[in-house]
Design a protein around this ligand. Sequence first.
Ligand SMILES: [Fe+2]
Length: 209
Amino acid sequence: MKVQIKSGFLFPTQFWTAELNENIERLQNEACLIRKNDNDGVRKSNAGFEGYHSKDILDFNNLPGTKQLLNQIINTVNAIHRISRQGDLQLTNFWINISGKGSSNTPHTHSGMTYSGVFFIKVPKEMKGGRFLFYRNFNEADFISTEYMGRFKDGYQLQGYDYPINTILPKENMLVVFPAWVPHAVEINLSDEERISLSFNFKLNRSFP
Ligand SMILES: [Fe+2]
């Protein structure tokens, strides 16, 4: 007797993108100013000698473009949240990354937060590497998991769910938002030009009776 096999999906993960209309040149200049005023920055997921990660930005002194961008991000992430949920969000922290040639961000999550995201301020004209990566699961990092699952059959057409990593091609003025628990990383920037982005976290405002 031939059994009928049914396939299903367990947990699709949502993410959101939005095209903003910010003055990108002004943001690039402000990012350089942030680095100038806080040259040491911090070491987090940024890897490579030319990878700069600012401290959390705490005020908008001389950063009018960044202030406007953050207001737009607050509006957009709240709109995303309100599609399906109640409650208010609070912007917890934000920082900038300036990635020179050879630098990357290793896989990590922002656990304890609600939403995380990134906005692309500068993308090298001839982008080599530097793609934004989403991982389904840290334990599944091998690209096609052949070591555990076996090689794909010859001629098999790979489906979206066969890939444990999803890539986003960065674009200037593009906002990407995702649940904070989703593992993500940035590929090594192989271009001569710097890649600049602003990252942020939002948390649900919990009110206790
Ligand atoms: Fe991150």
